[in-house]
Write a protein that binds this ligand. Structure first.
Ligand code: LLP
Length: 394
């Protein structure tokens, strides 16, 4: 995370940039690994949260598998050292080209989201004389109590196979010789902070695992999720998510039969707090009812506030907190030609000036990866807490 004292070394760096605290990332990965390892749980890192190569290398070296949602993510995972047999390929719309490439790479398994997709994978695998390992993604209709844009496990969501279609799945698996059924997969949403929802999920998983076994389809892998939430409000106080509590709930409520493996797909909780978006104040505009800080970063660098009304803590790191400081209410906005390009309204900050640096915290997940070149903007840069020589190289 960005510690204001670290500012000196980057004061002359061109803004905006993502600052990656790789030490915090390492610490987070260790804590997660230990907490999961206690129960022999395996975590695949969801590349969609962040596929910056320096970040990927840290995660690969720490011993996580990879959860990918596009052919290019599969390629990036393998190029960054994740062994193919630890790569899972999920996603509601895998193209034939992507499936073929994943079959050629001999990945661990496909998380399959429809009966039609099962048939397509079977045909493509048959053409290569291969057996594709598949896990069935089931939509459990469990409410994750998170923002509706990042809920994935309700009947109305496009993800997974609905429970009433499972007879058809069994029939298809029985009739597709180039598919090898390995397990069941669930995901109910992201940024989940009410962890009790996982108890409801576990109850569904237990029931469905028995259902498949009764139909002569042994379930080797239970892949469960819902992403653990992070503390966007107090990133300094809570830099590491509560992995202990998260895994403990699954350990207590999931019935794991002998020989079964439990897999998780975590993205956000592993990387969110490790990056800060650093931006400079370009202009201060004082209106009648509003004061605007116009930054050199906007929705092209971090779109979460604009897309999900997400909160990210913002600080002026050029003006350390002091008593007697004049505090002003600002709307912190970006330079993009869109009214929605606002990081946050009514932010209480020390009186700020052109050239000040602002830190927008908890930007490591779904930040850099969702950047765009809208308005033909430059690609956002990244800097790291470790010197170049200490970055893990491929
Ligand atoms: N597995 C599946 C099947 C998913 O759909 C997701 C996230 C993950 C794993 C990783 O979940 P995580 O641990 O990161 O919560 N762009 C949004 C988040 C979208 C998440 C979609 N699925 C945001 O910025 O909040």
């Amino acid at each position: 995370m960005f510690n204001p004292q670290t500012l000196q070394q980057f004061n002359n760096t061109d803004t905006p940039f993502y600052y990656y605290d790789l030490n915090l990332l390492r610490q987070t990965l260790n804590i997660c690994k230990q907490a999961a390892g206690r129960y022999n749980f395996k975590v695949h890192y969801a590349l969609k949260a962040n596929f910056n190569s320096a970040v990927l290398k840290e995660i690969q070296v720490a011993g996580f598998g990879a959860d990918c949602v596009s052919g290019n993510e599969v390629k990036a995972a393998i190029a960054n050292g994740f062994p193919a047999h630890e790569v899972v390929f999920a996603g509601v719309g895998k193209s034939d080209r992507e499936i073929n490439a994943a079959l050629d790479a001999d990945i661990f398994c496909f998380n399959v989201e429809s009966v039609q997709e099962l048939l397509v994978i079977n045909d493509l695998a048959a053409a290569k004389n291969k057996a594709a390992k598949v896990a069935i993604r089931i939509n459990p209709n469990v409410d994750a109590h998170t923002h509706r844009f990042i809920t994935t496990g309700l009947d109305e969501n496009k993800f997974g196979i609905n429970i009433w279609q499972l007879d058809d799945v069994v029939f298809t698996l029985d009739n597709c010789p180039n598919l090898q059924f390995i397990g069941i997969h669930f995901h109910i949403g992201s940024q989940i902070t009410e962890l009790d929802v996982f108890k409801d999920l576990c109850a569904k998983v237990n029931e469905l695992s028995d259902w498949f076994e009764q139909r002569n389809l042994p379930v080797k892998v239970l892949n469960v999720g819902g992403g653990l939430g992070v503390d966007y409000n107090a990133p300094h106080e809570n830099p590491v998510a509560d992995f202990e509590h998260y895994f403990k709930i699954f350990n207590e409520h999931l019935i794991v039969k002998q020989g079964q493996e439990v897999h998780f797909e975590l993205g956000r909780a592993l990387v969110a707090q490790s990056a800060t978006l650093v931006s400079r104040v370009l202009y201060v505009k004082n209106g009648i009812n509003k004061n605007f800080l116009v930054l050199d970063a906007g929705m092209t660098e971090l779109i979460r506030p604009m897309l999900y009304q997400a909160y990210h803590k913002i600080e002026n790191i050029s003006k350390p907190q002091q008593a007697e400081q004049k505090i002003v209410n600002y709307d912190v906005v970006g330079p993009i030609c869109e009214s929605t390009d606002c990081f946050q309204e009514n932010v209480q900050l020390p009186e700020s000036h052109r050239g000040d640096l602002l830190a927008i915290y908890s930007a490591g997940a779904y930040g850099e990866v969702m950047a765009s070149s809208y308005n033909l903007r430059d690609r956002v840069q990244s800097v790291y807490s470790l010197p170049e020589a200490e970055l893990i190289k491929g």
